[in-house]
Write a protein that binds this ligand. Structure first.
Ligand code: CTP
Length: 406
């Protein structure tokens, strides 16, 4: 159930704001993902960027005139899977809130039954004005989704709220509108990345985990409607938009952060590669070269998954990972039982396209009564298959505990 933008019909409305130049880059990005983009521009948008730019980038005619194109507003609206308006100016937001149809864009939105995504961009006082806020509230009431503008330096030279959101945030919102919201209402807690165990101010023990699998789980769960908390060790990845990120460094910090959030979670996924050991004693001074080779004394870290397994609510779903270089199934089953998890996802860390830092993965899903090896997939596709499995296990679990609602 992997949602994508490929071959989706997107009606892309562009309004008269300096941020219209960013819309050109977004049309380019959508076309690269093979979305079918048709751009409709307001008259003032054409003062900032030429229709030819959008036509060239989308590969389709860019529409500007209500009267030149016959019944374009009906034809465009009828076939769109989603309507995206970016940048959305105060003027167009007001038009839409009042149900006006005096230009091609507003008429097309009014005639459309597709989900609508609005990305406002304007001066911060225009945004804060009660008229704009009331209009945005009206649009929310229509069921339109608003991607909040960001704070920062505005084109007018002022600092404040009103900057067009980043593409990654908008792309996720688009995918969320197109995805089945089967995880709505779920509180998901995910751990990701490695932990880092300091030896002295300059050195640490860690492992090769990139965090990509855990971040893909967070991104896809959010898209499917879940509220997501992501507890992450040090990684070089952008956090998925809309996810509550808690950054930690050591296993002990991760254990503490997990214990703070675990009770509220309906699903917990331990994708982190937690260091099993830390230095028995941290040296506040840099360990110096000595003639004798120093001995590194280690202390065991707590097993976070095992402790979750001992203390969880009976209706909570617990998913662990197992990083293995051999005996995958046997090791996965052993960890499933030892840590009292509902599902163990076994990773082959020796494969060239699986495990640490790869963009793809091939995993085996192990439950008490089933073993299923998935094909080689992108980490996002793998994440979606793990959520499919999790949701079906959750239905079984809720049935067992007499609460039908998932
Ligand atoms: N895990 C954990 N806390 C630890 C070690 C592991 O929560 N101190 C979790 C991992 O996040 C993963 C699962 O336990 O979900 C299995 O981790 P893995 O490293 O494969 O196994 P270990 O239990 O550490 O056993 P071993 O290293 O001997 O294979």
């Amino acid at each position: 159930m992997c949602v994508s933008l490929g071959s989706r019909k997107i009606l892309f409305g562009v309004c008269g704001s300096i941020a219209a130049f960013k819309a050109a880059a977004w049309v380019h990005a959508l076309a690269k993902e093979e979305a079918q983009v048709t751009v409709v521009m307001t008259t003032s948008a054409t003062r900032f960027v030429a229709p030819l730019t959008f036509a060239s980038l989308s590969g389709n005619l860019a529409y500007t005139d209500m009267f030149a194109e016959g019944m374009a507003h009906i034809a465009l609206s009828a076939t769109a899977d989603v309507v995206l308006i970016a940048p959305a100016t105060a003027q167009t937001i007001a038009r839409l809130a009042h149900g006006m149809a005096d230009d091609l864009l507003s008429a097309s939105v009014l005639a459309s039954a597709a989900p609508v995504l609005i990305c406002p961009a304007m001066n911060s006082r225009m945004l804060a004005h009660p008229a704009t806020q009331r209009n945005l509230a009206t649009l929310r009431g229509f069921g339109y989704k608003i991607v909040e503008p960001e704070c920062g330096r505005l084109a007018c030279g002022e600092e404040g709220a009103g900057r067009l959101a980043e593409w990654d945030t908008v792309r996720e919102a688009l995918l969320g509108l197109l995805a089945n919201q089967d995880m709505a209402g779920q509180e998901v807690l995910i751990t990701a990345g490695p932990t880092r165990e300091p030896l002295d101010p300059a050195r640490f023990l860690s492992n090769r985990s990139s965090g990509k699998m855990g971040y893909a789980l967070a991104r896809t769960a959010k898209r499917r409607g879940a509220a997501v908390t992501l507890i992450s060790g040090p990684v070089a990845l952008e956090p998925p938009p809309g996810v509550h990120l808690v950054q930690v460094e050591t296993a002990l910090e991760m254990a503490e952060a997990v214990s703070r959030s675990a009770q509220a979670a309906s699903i917990v996924v331990k994708a982190a590669a937690v260091a099993d050991f830390r230095a028995a004693a941290f040296s506040a001074q840099k360990i110096k070269k000595t003639t004798a080779e120093p001995l590194l004394e280690l202390a065991a870290n707590p097993d976070i998954l095992a402790s979750l397994g001992r203390n969880r609510r009976p209706d909570q779903l617990l998913i662990g990972f197992a990083a293995e270089s051999g005996n995958h199934e046997a090791e996965g089953k052993r960890k499933l039982l030892a840590k009292k998890a509902d599902l163990i996802v076994v990773n082959d860390i020796l494969g060239s396209n699986t495990g640490f830092d790869a963009d793809t993965n091939q995993v085996t899903l192990i439950t008490l009564d089933n073993v299923e090896t998935l094909e080689l997939l992108s980490k996002e596709e793998t994440a979606n298959r793990i959520w499919d499995k999790a949701m079906s296990l959750l239905v079984g679990k809720r049935r067992q505990h007499g609460t039908e609602q998932v």
